[in-house]
Design a protein around this ligand. Structure first.
Ligand code: BEZ
Length: 198
């Protein structure tokens, strides 16, 4: 279901008076950088993991046939690799609109690649949002991604661009790379007809 979280996110004013804020990016914000920033660093977020459990009805799918995009789920002991951007608080207006389908801005402590920790924000789509799809096997997720496209393009391109960006960061993510394996051209013929192992 399409939702609009822009009004809720406007209430998150914790950093409004700051000159700049760190934003932790773990999905399309890593590779689709259509917003201004002052600094960009590889970064990690402890006790969270990336999962393709959020529905996309407005970018990589449609209300009838939602795609699947990344969110973070709490996972003690896990580390999510991504990128931290230093941005001015005004930039959130643009990002809130772009990520309005269920994502809320949440305060987070991230580790930067220079060893420093930084308090900032991260967009998370939680299980209680109306666009949430939840867990499925990586093969099922790949099948849905393979079949989905929306106003921002094919869902497959989102997953493949993210996998490429993670490799450029030398970051491993078994969930993303397993889905990517199912989506490789030599494997997509097997999707949906039971020819590939689970
Ligand atoms: C991210 O890259 O951090 C992100 C992408 C889409 C929605 C929310 C966050």
């Amino acid at each position: 279901m399409t939702v609009d979280t822009t009004a809720i996110n406007r209430l998150m004013d914790r950093f409004d008076k700051h000159e700049s804020v760190w934003l932790f990016a773990y999905g399309s914000l890593i590779y689709k950088v259509d917003f201004p920033y002052q600094a960009r660093r590889a970064a990690t977020l402890r006790h969270w993991q990336r999962r393709f459990w959020q529905g996309s009805h407005d970018h990589r799918g449609t209300p009838e046939f939602p795609g699947r995009v990344a969110t973070l789920v709490a996972a003690r002991g896990e580390v999510c690799h991504g990128v931290a951007y230093l941005i001015t608080p005004e930039v959130f207006q643009q990002l809130d609109y772009r990520e309005k389908n269920g994502y809320l801005r949440v305060a987070a402590d991230m580790q930067l690649d220079n060893g420093a920790s930084a308090e900032g924000l991260v967009y998370i789509a939680a299980p209680n949002n109306d666009a949430w799809l939840g867990p499925a096997s990586e093969r099922q997720i790949a099948e849905q991604i393979d079949a989905s496209h929306g106003p921002s393009g094919h869902n497959r391109d989102y997953l493949l661009a993210l996998a490429r960006a993670l490799r450029e960061l030398s970051a491993h993510d078994a969930h993303v790379f397993t889905i990517e394996k199912y989506l490789r051209p030599e494997n997509t013929r097997g999707l949906g007809n039971g020819a590939l192992p689970e």
